[in-house]
Design a protein around this ligand. Structure first.
Ligand code: R5P
Length: 295
């Protein structure tokens, strides 16, 4: 089965890079929205017997999740033998519990939809908090890749004596890994969330951050409130600088301004979601996984 790569949405250029790293065939995909907001997807070319990898971060979540589901059907109709979704950013992972009666556990619903359409899923650092693994909600084989080495390489090249800080308990998994690879000290705070835009992290150790270049590391930067709060506290406690590093930079409107206002010296993310801060390239990581997969 020949490997074919196709990219949708903002991930189209990431797909081009992945295909070029692995020297695989790139299939052009057309995606647009009808005036009423419905999704249109067309895959251009033959896929008979192909091992197709559709690359698309699920962001914006509703449009791009639907585009993936539609694209999978188009791929089958063109004769693809196996269809894998590569969603570098996997949306719909945060509602992992019914917090109040009647709430939908949307992570399960979306996992069901994707499992029905795709043969496999590959993603990068999904938000695993209450779920220990994706297999708790996905019925297809899944593979989780980690951006830790790519992030640690970037830190090694750009920051002399970093100190890493994680804003909440679930960030320990990313922060401890990256800190280990950079041989840097780290601390993990406790976070209380009052609403989607009101959060408070506490427990930052002044001795850890005083006079140091602090990097606040989180998996997702969405509204920016989590990171901005920690950056402000680090600076108040005497950090020389405080920067934000995220795996997935969503940056909803207002997030960048908030981070700037908090005093962030810089904000950097991986290119799992295309945005101006996406300086850490994860195309080689994904290409390696596809290569291993096809052996
Ligand atoms: C959730 O706990 C995640 O790990 C992030 O901390 C969160 O998604 C960040 O969201 P925001 O930027 O809106 O504070």
């Amino acid at each position: 089965m020949g490997i074919v790569i196709s990219g949708l949405g903002h991930s189209a250029s990431l797909a081009v890079n992945i295909a070029s790293v692995g020297r695989w065939r790139l299939l052009r995909a057309e995606e647009k929205q009808f005036p009423d907001g419905e999704e249109y997807v067309r895959l251009r070319g033959s896929l008979r017997g192909a091992d197709l990898y559709i690359v698309n971060s699920l962001y914006p979540p509703n449009d791009e999740t639907l585009a993936c589901l539609i694209a999978a059907d188009a791929a089958r109709s063109l004769g693809a033998r196996r269809v894998t979704l590569i969603a570098p950013y996997l949306a719909y992972m945060r509602q992992d519990k019914r917090f109040r009666a009647g709430e939908a556990v949307s992570s399960r619903t979306v996992a069901g939809l994707i499992s029905d359409r795709f043969d496999r899923l590959i993603t990068i650092d999904p938000h695993l908090h209450r779920y220990k693994s994706l297999s708790e909600i996905y019925s297809i084989p899944t593979r989780v890749l980690h951006a830790d080495k790519a992030i640690a390489d970037w830190i090694g090249r750009k920051v002399k004596l970093p100190v890493l800080v994680g804003p909440d308990s679930e960030s320990r998994q990313w922060v401890s890994q990256v800190a280990g690879l950079c041989d840097a000290p780290f601390g993990v705070m406790r976070k209380k969330r009052f609403s989607s835009t009101k959060v408070k992290s506490s427990g930052l150790d002044a001795k850890l951050v005083r006079g140091r270049d602090v990097l606040v590391l989180d998996d997702i930067i969405s509204s920016g409130h989590t990171m901005a709060g920690v950056i402000e506290q680090a600076l108040k406690l005497g950090a020389a600088t405080a920067a934000g590093v995220g795996v997935h930079g969503l940056f909803v409107p207002g997030a960048r301004k908030l981070l700037k206002g908090a005093g962030a010296s810089r904000v950097v993310t991986c290119n799992t979601v295309a945005n101006p801060t996406a300086r850490i390239d994860i195309a080689p990581l994904i290409a390696r996984a596809i290569g291993e997969d096809s052996k």
